[in-house]
Ligand binder design. Structure first.
Ligand code: SF4
Ligand code: SF4
Length: 167
């Protein structure tokens, strides 16, 4: 079994918006074909096309267009996958880190929902920005505590993503 087969169906963090808010198409990508396959492409900047995450082609476990996926998706191997592939980490250790990180991401999503941000189709970082920029009633202690908890949970999640997945 390859590292991808062992890790990715148990993860999905690079497709569900935990790691990335969007994916930019590259020159070799066939935008028309990808749109037909289900990706909702939008202009990004002056000349680029991108699709937002959570990806429309992610079914919660795997990529539904795996053999046709865009170049950026093909090129991305997270840190855990690299370490498992070159033997520096066992698949079991990587799966434990994935499970732990997913648990922390779910905690962030739960806190966002408790603060009224329930748009599961919006990238996680955008949801966080929206929740934190909403006017806050400082006399409401429960609400103020939830904001504080959210900040800590996001900080913790970002540190783990950076350490385990992005290097
Ligand atoms: S973050 Fe890594 S382990 Fe998870 S789905 Fe993406 S490549 Fe696979
Ligand atoms: S196209 Fe596939 S690999 Fe790329 S983000 Fe979407 S689900 Fe993930």
């Amino acid at each position: 079994m390859t590292g991808i087969e062992q890790l990715c169906p148990n993860c999905g963090l690079c497709c569900d918006s935990t790691l990335f808010a969007d994916v930019e198409l590259q020159k070799r990508d066939d935008a028309k074909r990808l749109a037909k396959l289900g990706l909702t492409l939008e202009k990004k900047g002056r000349s680029k096309l991108a699709f937002a995450q959570p990806c429309a082609c992610f079914d919660g476990k795997i990529c539904q267009i795996y053999h046709d996926r865009p170049q950026r998706c093909r090129a991305f191997d997270c840190g855990l996958l690299k370490r498992v592939n070159d033997g520096r980490m066992t698949a079991a250790a990587a799966l434990k880190k994935i499970s732990d990180t997913k648990h922390r991401a779910e905690k962030v999503r739960g806190l966002l929902r408790s603060l009224g941000q329930r748009d599961e189709q919006m990238p996680l970082t955008h949801r966080y920005a929206e929740a934190m920029s909403a006017p806050m009633d400082l006399s409401d202690e429960v609400n103020a505590d939830a904001h504080g908890e959210l900040m800590l949970a996001v900080n913790d999640l970002m540190n783990r993503l950076q350490r385990d997945f992005l290097q």
